[in-house]
Design a protein around this ligand. Sequence first.
Ligand code: PGA
Length: 261
Amino acid sequence: MKHPLIAGNWKMFKTIPETVNLINIIKAGVHKITDCDIVVCPAFTTLAAVSKEIEDTKIELGAQNMHYETEGAFTGEISPLMLKDVRCRYVILGHSERRQHFKETDELINKKVMAALKYNLVPILCVGETLEEREARHAFEVVKQQFDRCLKNLKAEEVARVVIAYEPVWAIGTGKTATPEQAEQMHSYIRRLLNEQFGEEVGEKVYILYGGSVKPDNIAQLMAKPNVDGALVGGASIKAESFIQIVSNASSKEAANAPNR
Ligand code: PGA
């Protein structure tokens, strides 16, 4: 049985002292919760500090991006090897903010996913449609194209190690969450793509997270859906109390739903 997976994307927020403060409050707030996998993804400059603080806990560390090469003349970039060095286990790839502001393409993201797997990092691959695309009824087509291109040339056993985050762009940082039904529709579609292309064993194994204005008061309804395995949380993850509440609400829902999965 899968535990819910709750990942916090701290984006470009917090200095080292602020980060240490945040992680310590989170640590204290979640230490009794054993049935939820927790990942925090701080900014690069604070990864080492957070890594040290969570050494003796079950909280895992993730980065928000990386380059696909091991090393080289790529000024300003961070490699998978460097993420391993600070004990990252996860890396967010293809976040819509990277696609939008830094022009990341599916082809580039595909290279990054392959590099992450090579270094035993778990890619949290983000997919999702814009409001325009949803209104034009292209949401499923857009997500399928991102899915196909970002997972291109991957073997089934590699895909089994990927986490997919469905993040409708119109729901990110807007306060507009997808309804649990909208999320479930897309999650079950992604599950079907996984089953069809990589086999049911892989489909069952892969975590599909929902992201976009997740809050303490909507996580339980989202988690109640059979294909929602967890959440990628932005804004609400950098406020200790709301992140703790999200983790706690997600794990109690898991217990209530246990017979369904
Ligand atoms: P949000 O961000 O929770 O602030 O909407 C989610 C994300 O960007 O991963």
